[in-house]
Design a protein around this ligand. Structure first.
Ligand code: SF4
Length: 617
């Protein structure tokens, strides 16, 4: 690569499972200048190679794994890489961001990106050793949990520090909620594990020992020292309590989905809050590659029926398994979390599947005949665990839930009021009736009802004091700014939790990018984020997504919150339309949510950059 003296290797590895052939392609300077890496380049690859008609389990679907310029460089938390594929859960574009060591090891192999295409004839795993690919028989790995499959791959490649990606038994059964395990993290949402399953690919191990080049090593060392010092104070709560610190805050503000979004305040929240976790279940911290924050909290049940169960509890999992299922038994939540991890299903999606089942059961819309004998009442930790098992094994109602909410809503329109999703992706653990920007987050996220890609507005709307959380105006530009900020951060290869320590904000500053790449990226970063978000919307428009698809479930628009701090609150369709119009206007999209030709022109999303792109609608 000409323009960059560090951060990139300039090489993309393409692996075809059908032909068992591999090739190495060049990462082009022009694309990097405009789209940075990670999420931006992955979107571009998807735009070029995955048509609107391609189905998630078609042989023509592909998995694009792309690192960023910071992935693997000697700075804090340079752990992240990005995935794009057609989602089995939503049927549309899926982008996903993940930590672990896989991304850094790929870079240490001399590779910026990995493309998996085709379908193996028999179950296969791949090893990539210093860039050399081997296709190996995975028949011995059949049915292995994600962690056992990981251990198998470490032995197979002969490197305990190798990066691994694995799928669990749920993905082998094409459960559309299946995550793709990456070391001890995961590409969680949208069912990417099931795409791997459809390709008969059980796992990938990558081992590399090269160094990722940086343009100015001395300056990078200075930036590292200053970032480490800043993180010790700015992220002390993450180090102590992890993301679970937000459970109490969100519940106290009346924004915590409770009993499948029937209300937004859980009256028995104490046992599932972070301080209780720390006092009764906490064992140790867990950190991704080069991360001083170590926000992962490994917990273990010490006594009782779930003794020995262990899992790394996070905000979203606890929010969905706890309040959203009415469960306050934290030991059962840990056991359910462990089970979901082992079989390999996304805890947000399966948590929603369980809470939906519980509401249907309590309303008499399903019976124990559907649940394989389980008394699926809210508050039952046992029911939580057993319904997750039903989904993983595709038994009873679990077989329908394993198809994902889009398909459940299609087959059971009479349940639509209770199915909490946007574009087929189940809700993250926030009730948008409690802070209205979150409605735009869920409605306009590039992958469905997601709290990260869609814009995590909790700090701005609920914690900073800078915004009225129930205001209708101002939320469009706010959510757009958070989305664009996240889009470029997801393209760097850096964890979003530490981004402030290197001045990667909505007004990017500092010289980290210049020190790493030798290129003046910093003033361009927010524009790059906007370009990426618009490229993703162009993909969605091409796949038929317009304004009607940005709507929230009727329950949010029509049912007032009956209890707690937000009692009486709703968000009407008319109010949401006001915010959506403002958002589209800020974005430069037309009133139907389609990216206009003027916006494409302004952002350089025409001509050379996307000339090989497919037919647009
Ligand atoms: S802050 Fe948490 S998610 Fe981010 S890199 Fe560190 S351990 Fe991983």
């Amino acid at each position: 690569m000409q323009a960059f003296t560090g951060g990139y290797l300039g090489r993309i590895l393409r692996v075809n499972l059908t032909t068992r052939q591999t090739s190495v392609e060049e990462l082009k300077d022009k694309e990097v200048e405009l789209l940075l890496g990670g999420r931006g380049i992955a979107a571009r690859m998807y735009y070029d190679e995955i048509s609107a008609d391609t189905k998630a389990f078609d042989e023509g679907n592909k998995l694009f794994f792309v690192t960023g310029p910071l992935t693997g460089v000697p700075l804090p938390s340079t752990t992240k890489f990005q995935l794009a594929t057609k989602s089995p859960e939503t049927g549309h574009y899926l982008c996903s961001n993940c930590g672990g060591v896989f991304g850094p090891r790929l870079k240490q192999c001399g590779l910026d990106a990995l493309i998996i295409e085709g379908r193996a004839a028999d179950w296969t795993y791949l090893t990539i050793n210093e860039g050399e690919v081997e296709f190996r028989d995975a028949s011995e790995m059949a049915g292995l949990s994600t962690d056992k499959a990981q251990a198998f791959l470490h032995d197979a490649i002969g490197d305990k520090n190798a990066g691994t990606m694995t799928i669990g038994p749920a993905a082998e059964k094409l459960v559309r909620l299946s995550y793709l395990g990456v070391d001890s993290r995961a590409f969680g949402r949208g069912g990417p594990g099931a795409v791997m399953g459809s390709k008969k690919l059980k796992g990938i191990a990558v081992s590399g020992t090269g160094e990722v080049p940086v343009a100015d090593r001395a300056r990078v060392d200075e930036i590292r020292k200053s970032a480490l010092a800043e993180l010790r104070t700015s992220r002390a709560d993450h180090t102590r309590l992890g993301t679970m610190q937000y459970i109490k805050k969100l519940n106290d503000l009346g924004c915590m989905p409770t009993r499948n979004f029937q209300t937004s305040h859980f009256e028995d929240c104490g046992p599932v809050e972070a301080e209780s976790m720390k006092a009764n279940y906490y064992v140790r911290n867990y950190a991704c590659y080069r991360c001083p924050v170590a926000c992962g909290k490994m917990c273990e049940v010490k006594e009782g029926p779930h003794a020995g169960a262990h899992a790394r509890t996070e905000f979203e999992t606890v929010g969905l398994f706890g309040p959203c299922c009415g469960v306050s038994d934290f030991a059962a939540i840990i056991a359910a979390n462990q089970l979901a991890d082992e079989i390999g299903v996304d805890t947000i999606s399966v948590g929603n599947a369980v809470s939906l089942t519980m509401e249907l059961f309590e309303r008499g819309l399903i019976t124990t005949e559907d649940t394989d004998g389980i008394e699926a009442n809210f508050g039952s930790g046992e029911a939580l665990i057993e319904i997750i098992r039903l989904v993983g094994e595709r038994r009873g109602i679990g077989d329908l839930l394993a198809e994902g909410f889009a398909e459940v809503a299609r087959r059971k329109p009479e349940w639509s009021w209770y199915i909490m999703h946007v574009k087929g992706l189940p809700f993250a653990a926030y009730d948008p009736r409690g802070f209205y920007g979150n409605a735009l987050t869920k409605g306009t996220s590039s992958r469905g009802a997601c709290h990260n890609v869609g814009g995590w507005s909790i700090r701005a709307e609920l914690l900073s004091g800078d915004y009225d959380r129930f205001a209708l105006t101002g939320k469009g530009p706010l959510i757009m700014s958070i989305q664009d900020n996240r889009a470029y951060v997801d393209s760097l290869g850096l964890c979003t939790v530490v981004r402030g320590s290197m001045a990667f904000s909505a007004s990017p500053a500092g010289d980290t990018m210049e020190a790493v790449t030798g290129y003046a990226f910093t003033p361009k970063l927010l524009d790059i984020g906007e370009r990426i978000y618009n490229l993703e919307r162009m993909i969605l428009n091409r796949e038929g997504i317009v304004r009607a698809d940005d709507m929230l479930p009727e329950r949010i628009f029509k049912e007032a919150i009956p209890s707690g701090p937000c009692k009486g609150r709703t968000l009407t369709r008319e109010q949401y339309d006001i915010m959506l119009d403002e958002y589209y206007q800020a974005r430069g999209w037309d009133s139907d949510g389609v990216v206009t030709s003027e916006t494409k022109e302004r952002l350089g999303l025409t001509g050379e950059l996307i000339q090989t792109g497919g037919e647009e609608q």
